[in-house]
Write a protein that binds this ligand. Structure first.
Ligand code: NAD
Ligand code: 6OD
Length: 486
């Protein structure tokens, strides 16, 4: 029985609750911690604290001082790097190589990046003529929006929370963050780091809890929340948008995807295989950018399917702490039930199971975890659920195409529009096809290669708005234009 308790962080204090829920390790179903669920009163307290902080020391702090604090948060994460890795692994079961190379470094980098950016960007300035000949000068100033609700998912817990928290703080806002109920660990450590760094009380508040009828809903419905930034399922985004509409609150949404990987006949075959193994199976398929639809030119289709099968079957599902682990479990038993139901539906719809489709057999306590086999289907129609609906698991459907026109039509025939990966050596084709894809992000001959200055987000069901670089600063601030008659 664990004695670890994750508390809420409100107005600079760690606060428990009279209601707790379990934080479960998906590797073996063991208890990681008990988590104090924030009730309505705590949400209220956090909002009041955040509003007060805006009017107090934080609201008056020069930008350069704010940015120094953000850099110290990055240092603080790095100083406790192993603790963060352990917490992320315990909550998600992801291989430690993933947490060490991606989740935790990006958690720190998000603070450094937005601290540097906020100090160096300018705003617009326009000189204008006036009828009397004296002219006028317009310039814009950036102001914080106020109190921002940051609601995060479980797949890349620290990375995705800090991706929104860092620019929000850099722009001078106060934040109430709610991590996923599945992954409260690294957010709780982050609250400790922020406390040690000494951000004024109320600037950052952390509330644990669920979505509907719980902390998430109380937070998004609170009238004094000035903006909502959310990463998660498209259906949840739709619910939050309805609530936000009541007070016409700005929203920034990073939502689900049904991303395509496209392999042309002229692609570097080995690189395309390597890249597709990553884009389909990374984080057990639980990255919003993962490819769940793979389109391969008909001339190399059979060879590609055989090779991807071999590579999928070779992936090592092991305890996350070891060096050999390449694939972790799904986040929860509940999610595994959903993913297995998607596999069953694909078979009902006439899909050909190339590999996987079930649960790996273990003889140790991993039997109690949420493990699943890497899975490949072929032979489904473009209208099948497996080709249409997001699964969010280690699975893809591979189909062939003959022409670019057919390919582009198939890829764009989706309600989602987040990302695509294109594999080709023909530079003209790369440009031509990329521009035609109805998605927010295209990678050519790579996948999930991130430059934090670039616009990031999706179209259609995959999101509202763009974050990244200046786009984040735009969302997390309000511009006031000042027009001075000279
Ligand atoms: P989710 O929508 O179930 O939950 C996300 C967060 O929202 C959690 O903190 C949850 O407690 C909260 N929440 C749920 N209902 C709510 C409500 N009614 N009001 C307020 N808060 C509520 O998503 P998830 O299962 O945690 O994450 C997986 C999903 O996220 C997938 O669909 C994936 O594609 C998507 N995702 C998208 C991106 C992107 O950048 N586009 C990134 C990561 C994940
Ligand atoms: O890299 C990022 O900044 C980002 N937002 C990644 C999202 C991954 C989705 O699971």
């Amino acid at each position: 029985m664990t004695s670890k308790i994750y508390k809420n962080y409100i107005a600079g204090e760690f606060i428990s609750s009279d209601r707790f829920f379990d934080d479960i390790n998906p590797v073996d179903g063991s208890l990681v911690a008990r988590v104090a669920e924030a009730d309505k009163l705590m949400v209220e307290k956090a909002v009041v604290a955040a509003k007060m902080a805006l009017k107090g020391e934080w609201g008056k702090l020069p930008l350069v001082e704010r940015c120094k604090l953000l850099r110290r948060i990055a240092d603080g994460i790095e100083a406790r790097f192993d603790d963060f890795v352990d917490a992320e692994i315990a909550d998600t079961g992801k291989p430690q190589s993933h947490a060490r190379a991606i989740d935790i470094p990006r958690g720190a980098e998000n603070f450094r990046f937005f601290s540097d950016l906020a100090r160096t960007v300018s705003t617009e300035c326009f000189e204008m003529d006036t009828p009397d000949g004296s002219g006028a000068l317009n310039y814009a100033v950036r102001k914080p929006m106020g109190v921002i609700a940051v609601i995060a998912p479980w797949n890349l817990p620290l990375l995705l929370l800090t991706w929104k928290l860092a620019p929000a703080l850099a722009m001078g806002n106060c934040v109430i963050a709610k991590p996923s109920e599945e992954t409260p660990g690294t957010a709780s450590l982050l609250a400790e780091v922020i406390h040690e760094v000494g951000l004024p009380s109320g600037v950052f508040n952390l509330l644990h809890g669920f979505g509907p009828d719980s902390t998430g809903e109380y937070l998004t419905k609170h009238e004094d929340i000035d903006a909502i930034t959310f990463t998660g399922e498209s259906a949840t985004g739709s619910e939050i948008m309805k609530v936000a509409a009541n007070d016409v609150k700005p929203v920034s949404f990073e939502l689900g995807g049904k991303n395509a990987a496209i392999v042309f006949d002229d692609a570097d075959f080995d690189a395309a295989i390597e890249g597709t193994v990553r884009s389909v199976f990374s984080n057990c398929g639980q990255v919003c950018l993962c490819s769940e639809r793979v389109y391969v030119h008909e001339s190399i289709y059979e060879k590609f399917v055989s090779e991807l099968k071999i590579r999928a079957e070779a992936l090592i599902e092991n305890w996350p702490e070891g060096q050999s682990a390449e694939l972790g479990p799904l986040i929860s038993q509940e999610h595994r039930i959903k993913v297995l139901a998607c596999f069953a539906r694909a078979l009902e719809e006439g899909g050909n199971l190339v590999t996987g489709g079930g649960v790996p057999e273990f003889t140790d306590s991993r039997k109690k975890g949420s493990w699943i086999q890497p899975t490949i289907f072929t032979g489904l129609s473009e209208e099948a659920d497996m080709v249409k609906q997001e699964v969010f698991g280690p699975v893809c459907h591979i189909s062939s195409f003959a022409s670019e026109k057919e390919l582009v039509e198939k890829v764009n025939n989706s309600k989602y529009g987040l990302a695509a990966a294109v594999w080709t050596k023909d530079i003209k084709r790369a440009h031509r096809v990329s521009r035609q894809l109805e998605v927010g992000v295209v990678w050519v001959n790579t996948w999930f290669l991130r430059d934090l200055r670039t616009p990031f987000g999706g179209i259609k069901l995959s999101g509202v708005g763009r974050e990244g670089g200046l786009h984040s600063l735009e969302f997390y601030s309000e511009l006031t234009n000042i027009c001075i008659k000279l």
